[in-house]
Design a protein around this ligand. Sequence first.
Ligand code: ZN
Length: 367
Amino acid sequence: MNLARYARQTILSEVGLAGQTRLKKTRVICIGVGGLGAPATLYLAAAGVGTLGIVDFDRVDEINLQRQILFDSTEVGKLKVDVAKRRLEGLNPEVLIETYPCGLTAGNALKILSHYDIVIDGTDNFAAKFLINDAAVRLGLPVVYGSISRFEGQVSVFWAKHGPCYRCLYPVCPDTPVMNCAESGVLGAIAGIIGSMQAAETIKLAIQGTDLGPLAPLLGRLFVLDCATMAPFIFQVPKKTGCPACSIPVDQIHLSDLTEVCVAKLEELSVMELMNEIGRKDKSVALIDVREAEEWHDGHIPGAVNVPLSLLSKTRTLPAGLGLLRRVVVYCQSGMRSRQAARIFIECGVPSVAHLRGGMVAWAEVM
Ligand SMILES: [Zn+2]
């Protein structure tokens, strides 16, 4: 270990050579290298964590660059884990970087996480957060949790062995509408603040475990920062009796992929609202008919383009020529297929997506 590199932190009496050595022996896994994972992994690599695993299925997209500071403009289109590995190894060749170019699923979560000591939750959706929690509770691992939306960020440490888990705070996946960054927006610097705090919490856990002292981790406490007013709050999170994850024997915790359950709120337009949008003739808004070609030829809303859901579900990418859209409004026959299509456009990173409630049926009633 090149001690000169770490001199500014080993001089801290709470760290010292002993703490630095423990950090070097620690294996950390970061789920998601997006807005939170990027600053978290950069600071952890710089600090000399021994092994850093990164899990992400995604490729660098231009829309990521506003906050995902691991990536630069020349890397658009490349696998995030590949770019991250190169960048982090360049920053600190002493850190072993292990990459998983896949999503975390109920099928692979235990296998991947079991190789590590600390889990960082850098994801942006409830489904992933519940899966990470349940896998970590089963394996007895601490999770350094982070979450961001608009101007607000949250950080906590969940560790069922020594305190509450994520389900002690949120027992089940919420069925009320919740928006993710793609829908509600986020200030890039908030991701930097919260991701950096996750790195700090991880380092504290690595060098001293759960010992309460001057470096007490945010175990049992939820830190919430509203950057619009810069008002910080710390909420106590008690361990919950009857928690669906950490109050039952670990072998009874069944992991599941909740993607279909945790659907975010989708903006719905009435026929009148859609007519107003069409009337504004805003060139950055596209009206897309996601019905099949035969249905389209039988009649459609003037100004719409036809991209059948059957095609969109296969490619799951924006059709050529629609790459720079700011807003997409989709419709189908009755408002069911357009919901699915809208989700795909949200996944593709279109900043604003809405669908027509009731589809062509509702349109025909008014026209
Ligand atoms: Zn719990």
